[in-house]
Write a protein that binds this ligand. Structure first.
Ligand SMILES: CC(C)(COP(=O)(O)OP(=O)(O)OC[C@H]1O[C@@H](n2cnc3c(N)ncnc32)[C@H](O)[C@@H]1OP(=O)(O)O)[C@@H](O)C(=O)NCCC(=O)NCCS
Length: 143
């Protein structure tokens, strides 16, 4: 498949929750169902197949934060992750939001490089937030 060709991103619907629960190990189906209802989950489709998800939380109830982004292995490196981020950015721009935030575990070079490739800039580190000795790199993308 050519890069980015045929990738379609939309808000997730109730019919996607079973697939989401299989690919987003952090949340139960019930919680995912509520997140989908709140319009806080995007899915990417390639043809009729689901290829990725992006789930957003809100820091301080107002700053959009990518709580989860995952592309199935089959569809990686084809622009699906970039398309998911673009959909989130379009959505937040329409809501007059000026930036979105994400994070990655310190020392994980691939996720950090990917975030930079899709327009995020590191803006700080938080230590100890996910257990003693943990480091989380915070990234920001202006809209
Ligand atoms: C990270 C992830 C979401 C990227 O999704 P993807 O669809 O493969 O990424 P894309 O194809 O949209 O890549 C967009 C750009 O990032 C670059 N990129 C992708 N993976 C990269 C990597 N590991 N290192 C550096 N750059 C990378 C691509 O080359 C592409 O650049 P280009 O458009 O200039 O060619 C996917 O690999 C994934 O689900 N990984 C497992 C879960 C995970 O790590 N989530 C993030 C945790 S913070």
């Amino acid at each position: 498949m050519p890069h980015n060709d045929g990738v379609r991103v939309r808000l997730a619907a109730a019919r996607d929750v079973v697939w989401l629960a299989q690919h987003d190990e952090h949340l139960s189906s019930d919680v995912l169902f509520n997140k989908v209802g709140a319009g806080e989950v995007f899915v990417a489709e390639v043809g009729t197949e689901l290829a990725g998800l992006l789930r957003v939380d809100y820091l301080w109830s107002r700053v959009p934060f990518i709580a989860q982004i995952r592309v199935t292995e089959k569809y990686r490196q084809l622009g699906v992750g970039r398309a998911l981020v673009a959909a989130l950015c379009d959505d937040q721009r329409a809501k007059a939001c000026g930036f979105v935030v994400s994070s990655t575990t310190g020392g994980e070079t691939d996720p950090l490089a990917w975030h930079k490739a899709v327009g995020f800039v590191p803006c700080g580190e938080v230590t100890g937030i996910d257990g003693p000795g943990s480091v989380e790199v915070i990234l920001r993308r202006d809209l």
